[in-house]
Design a protein around this ligand. Structure first.
Ligand code: 5GP
Ligand code: ZN
Length: 139
């Protein structure tokens, strides 16, 4: 389960050096080379999955458990004030490396970073229509 053209496959396998924070048989956690804040890290599965849509259930479960463990460790060691989990899927959503990864972003008061979106203002009827659409109910 590997893509020889994928840089994260090579990093996860240890063939390209990285600042590794954690490693087990299935995952490697590395520092991001373009960090949003001090400690910004990435969880990489060692197997190649393009993104969340392709990630097997067991890998998804293990990734979120690992994210929690790393969040607690960063809060303990870096004394961050908060934490963002970010996970981009496909180009339209900001994914630039097409090997599943989860961003671990420690947040500090006054760090000047912004992770967000422009909120909409839907009417109740619009929300209900979307709810039905996603739930697969008749409009
Ligand atoms: P995406 O935009 O796909 O969610 O995030 C890709 C992330 O990977 C970016 O934050 C970028 O800084 C990081 N990145 C890209 N190439 C490398 C690399 O070779 N090594 C490391 N450690 N991070 C990388
Ligand atoms: Zn890969």
């Amino acid at each position: 389960m590997r893509d020889d053209t994928c840089i994260f496959c090579k990093i996860a396998a240890g063939e390209i050096p990285s600042k590794t924070l954690y490693e087990d048989g299935e995952f490697r956690v590395i520092l991001d080379l373009g960090p949003a804040t001090k400690g910004h890290a990435l969880i990489l599965p060692k197997n190649h999955y393009r993104n969340l849509f392709e990630l097997p259930q067991d890998q998804a479960e293990k990734a979120i458990v690992l994210a929690k463990k790393m969040a607690l460790q960063m809060r303990d060691k870096l004394h961050c004030d908060g934490f963002n989990l970010v996970q981009n899927n496909e180009e339209v959503a900001g994914q630039t490396v097409f090997h599943f990864h989860m961003h671990l972003i420690p947040r500090y008061k006054g760090d000047g970073q912004k992770i967000g979106w422009k909120p909409g203002k839907p009417e109740e009827a619009e929300l209900e229509a979307v709810r039905k659409e996603i739930a697969g109910e008749e409009p």
